[in-house]
Each structure stands twice: as structure tokens, then as C-alpha cells.
Design a protein around this ligand. Structure first.
Ligand SMILES: *Cc1c(COP(=O)(O)O)cnc(C)c1O
Length: 443
């Protein structure tokens, strides 16, 4: 497997370089040079494979022989150790539940796989790798859990004091071992600025091997393609056109679906479902890409005004990959595969109620946006069978779901038991020199 940057197709990178670097120096995004479809025999026997087994076959098809089969199998089986069940709502639509991992959101897939891949590539190095993450909540929890006890890797998480939920804070501050948390007296932007300064600081980089667990790392995208195959496997009727409805923010999940299609998965269409942050649905309608400041909604993990995977998605539809410009042909190609829909918070709340009343199913606000988009698409494509990606467990957004439905939502035990564990965090003013001294002392 070789990768190139969306800003320069001439220079090729190894998977190891792409995973450890995260981002190419030219500010583009790493993308696989070639994607070879899986053989028909794979799809014929897919129902006999377990989720980890089929994930291993998909990983092999993407990664090739860069990692010996035995090692790759170990990485995949260790990372993909929880289910992704498809729950039917009615004859036309089902829910793919992606929240059965340790932090109750689909980000566990990416974080668990990335941590194991980084650890594998880091094995030959004598020096430990220190990963810095600034988080506004959810990403930090998935990354902390994903890297917990990973050999050769230490993680430092910076979060804004008082601006993450109590349970989110516990996810960051109770693990210990190789995970350290810094509670910053400032905003998320302050945390991010401190991390950025650390990457640029010569003294730090001379003595510590720093890396990031950035959300656009290609290692997070690869495992997100696995569950599209797992969903297909569980489909009873495989003869109808299959559409996936994907509640989207940074569009990593949707990009992974496009990757699955390139790998031969028989997907008829993708639905880009968003909240009021509708930059991509607007683009699909007009051909104009106008990023703007994000607005706050009840599906806050999708409050993104300039989706970081946009150019990666676009590059998959270019006749020839050229940096940062949208050709008419690219837009037309993309519209063949993807439709966009956006919904207000009010409509989303009504959908949460409708899903409970009609199907006795409790859905979180992100999944509900996906539900709305699928139902709207199906009014003009009644023959399609649809799968909604449910990206988080409803208890992650408990206040919103409980007040909308007027019911109690149970918090799964693995999350609830965190509430009793003691918090351990270093408090710090939002000043880079303090962060620098901390790192130099610690590592
Ligand atoms: C991150 C997240 C999303 C958005 O996923 P993208 O890959 O960034 O589009 C949707 N729902 C939940 C619950 C999330 O945590």
C-alpha cells in the first residue's frame, strides 16, 4: 500500500509514514494510491465470516502485504472486539448500532485500530512515542481508551476545565497508566493552541518523539470501512438497492463508506445527513463549497463548519487529482453516489419522538438526523433498503433524549461505573511555557 497527499500525487508515502505523521507536510490529506476490489468469492461467503474475520479480509485488501498477515490479524482481532448489530425498524429501514465499544460511540473503531497500528509501527523505535491530544469531549475519551496500556506509547490529553460533561471528564481522567490528563484553565481553542505550539517547538522535538492522534489520520478511516461490510452481511434481502444514511460532521464516516464501495461493496447510494451545519448538502445542491463558522446544535458531534475530510472525499471523484479546486465533473461524479439532507433541532426532536412511538426504539440526536434523511430519500426511491448509522448510544446525550421523550435512559454499566472512580488531572493555566516544562519533566 502506498499513499499520496491530496495536494501532490507525485510523492508517495508508506503506510507507516502516513500513520505516524498523520498529516502530510503540504497540508493535504493522505489517500491510498490504489484501491483494489475484493474478489466475488469474498462476498459469496461473507455470511460465514465473523465481524473480526471479515474485517481482516477488508484490511488485507486495503493494506496489502505491508504488514505480515499474522501481525495484521492480531491487530484487527484485538481492535474489533465488539459487535455492530443491524436492528430492523421496518421492512425498508434498519439501524446499524456502532456504539457497543468502550466509550459508546463509533469513534472507538478508529481509535482502537489506530492505536494498535501506531504501536506496531513504533516497535522498532527505541524511544517511546508521546501523543498529544486536545479535546472538546468525545474524541479524547475514545483516544484515551484506545491507547490505554498500548506498549511504547504515552498519551497526554488537554481539555478545557468545566467545559466537558462530568462523564466525559471521567473518561479522560480515570484511566491512569500511560494516559495523563491536563485540565486547562481556558477554552478548547487554548488547548489546541498549546498542542500546536508543542509540535512546532524545537527543544521539545529534540528530546521527545511527539505525534498526534488526529481525526484525519488514515488509520482511523480504514477500520470505519469494516462495519459497512458487516452491515451488508447481516442484511436479509440483498437484492434491493442498498443505501446508507450517515449522520456527518467531519465526514470521516462517509469517506470510509466510499472506500467500502471502491472495495466492491454493492452500495447503491450514500446519504450525507447533517444538522444546521449543512455545508456538504449545500455543496451537493449547488456545486459551491462555502465553509463557514459552525453553529451549535443538539447533535453537537456534527457541529462542523469546514469538514476536514471534504477534499479526501472530493479526490475520490476527480478524473485527475488536482489540489483544492472543484471541477464541474467532480461535482457531477459525486452526486451520482451521494445525496445531502439537513435538519433543524426541532425536526430532529420530532424524529426522536416518532422513532420511539412507531418502533419503540430510543435513538440519539445524531442517529435521528440520519433517520430523517433516509425517510426523505425513500419518498423518491421507495425500492431502496436503507441502513442508518447510529453513531452514539442515546445515554451519551442523556439530557436531550430524556427531555425529548420524557423517559429515563439507562447508562450502560461500563460508562456508569466511571462516575465512582477518582479523577486524576494536572491543572494548568493556558500557557505554553507551563505545558513545555511539564512535558520536559515528565518524558
Ligand atoms: C464524530 C461523530 C459524528 C460525525 O462523524 P464524522 O466522521 O466526523 O462525520 C457523528 N456522530 C457522533 C456521535 C460522533 O461522535
Amino acid at each position: 500500500m502506498k499513499l499520496y497527499s491530496t495536494n501532490n500525487t507525485e510523492v508517495l508515502f508508506s503506510l507507516k509514514e502516513a500513520v505516524l505523521k498523520g498529516l502530510p507536510d503540504d497540508n493535504g490529506l493522505f489517500i491510498p494510491q490504489t484501491i483494489t476490489p475484493l474478489p466475488t468469492s469474498f462476498f459469496e461467503s461473507i455470511e460465514q465470516l465473523s465481524f473480526p474475520e471479515l474485517s481482516f479480509e477488508v484490511a488485507k485488501a486495503i493494506i496489502g502485504d505491508v504488514i505480515p498477515e499474522h501481525d495484521l490479524k492480531e491487530i484487527v482481532f484485538d481492535a474489533i472486539n465488539f459487535d455492530a448489530p443491524v436492528i430492523p425498524l421496518d421492512n425498508d429501514c434498519a439501524v446499524l448500532e456502532l456504539f457497543h465499544g468502550p466509550t459508546l460511540a463509533f469513534k472507538d473503531f478508529g481509535a482502537r485500530f489506530m492505536s494498535r497500528l501506531m504501536s506496531y509501527f513504533n516497535k522498532a523505535e527505541s524511544k517511546e512515542l508521546v501523543i498529544l491530544v486536545a479535546t472538546s469531549g468525545d474524541t479524547g475519551g475514545a483516544v484515551a481508551s484506545g491507547f490505554y496500556k498500548t506498549p511504547g506509547i504515552k498519551v497526554v490529553i488537554l481539555y478545557p476545565s468545566g467545559r466537558v460533561s462530568p462523564l466525559q471528564e471521567k473518561q479522560l481522567t480515570t484511566l491512569g497508566h500511560n494516559i495523563s490528563a491536563i485540565e486547562v484553565d481556558g477554552s478548547f481553542d487554548d488547548c489546541q493552541a498549546m498542542v500546536k505550539s508543542a509540535f512546532l517547538d524545537k527543544d521539545l522535538n529534540r528530546v521527545i518523539r511527539l505525534s498526534s492522534a488526529n481525526s484525519i489520520n488514515i488509520a482511523r478511516l480504514i477500520p470505519q470501512s469494516f462495519y459497512y461490510f458487516e452491515a451488508y452481511k447481516q442484511l436479509k434481502d440483498k437484492s434491493r438497492p442498498l443505501v446508507f444514511s450517515i449522520p456527518s460532521g467531519n465526514f470521516g464516516n462517509l469517506t470510509a463508506g466510499l472506500l467500502a464501495k471502491r472495495l466492491g461493496l454493492p452500495v447503491d447510494h450514500f446519504i450525507a445527513a447533517t444538522n444546521a451545519n449543512d455545508i456538504v448538502p449545500q455543496f451537493l445542491a449547488s456545486g459551491e463549497y462555502n465553509p463557514k463558522a459552525s453553529v451549535a446544535t443538539i447533535s453537537n458531534a456534527m457541529d462542523v463548519g469546514n469538514p476536514s475530510n471534504f477534499y479526501r472525499m472530493l479526490s475520490l471523484y476527480m478524473d485527475k487529482v488536482t489540489p483544492v479546486q472543484v471541477e464541474r465533473s467532480t461535482w457531477n461524479n459525486m452526486k451520482q453516489d451521494i445525496s445531502g439532507y439537513a435538519y433543524s433541532d426541532e425536526t430532529t426532536r420530532k424524529a426522536i419522538q416518532e422513532i420511539k412511538e412507531k418502533y419503540d426504539y430510543v435513538m440519539d440526536p445524531h442517529g435521528a438526523v440520519g433517520y430523517l434523511a433516509l425517510k426523505e430519500y425513500q419518498t423518491i426511491h421507495p425500492n431502496a433498503t436503507g441502513i442508518i448509522l447510529e453513531t452514539a448510544h442515546p445515554s451519551k446525550f442523556i439530557d436531550e433524549v430524556e427531555s425529548t421523550l420524557d423517559i429515563k435512559v439507562d447508562i450502560p454499566e461500563r460508562l456508569a461505573k466511571l462516575a465512582e472512580l477518582p479523577k486524576e488531572a494536572t491543572t494548568m493555566k493556558a500557557q505554553f511555557d507551563l505545558f513545555k516544562s511539564y512535558l520536559l519533566e515528565k518524558f
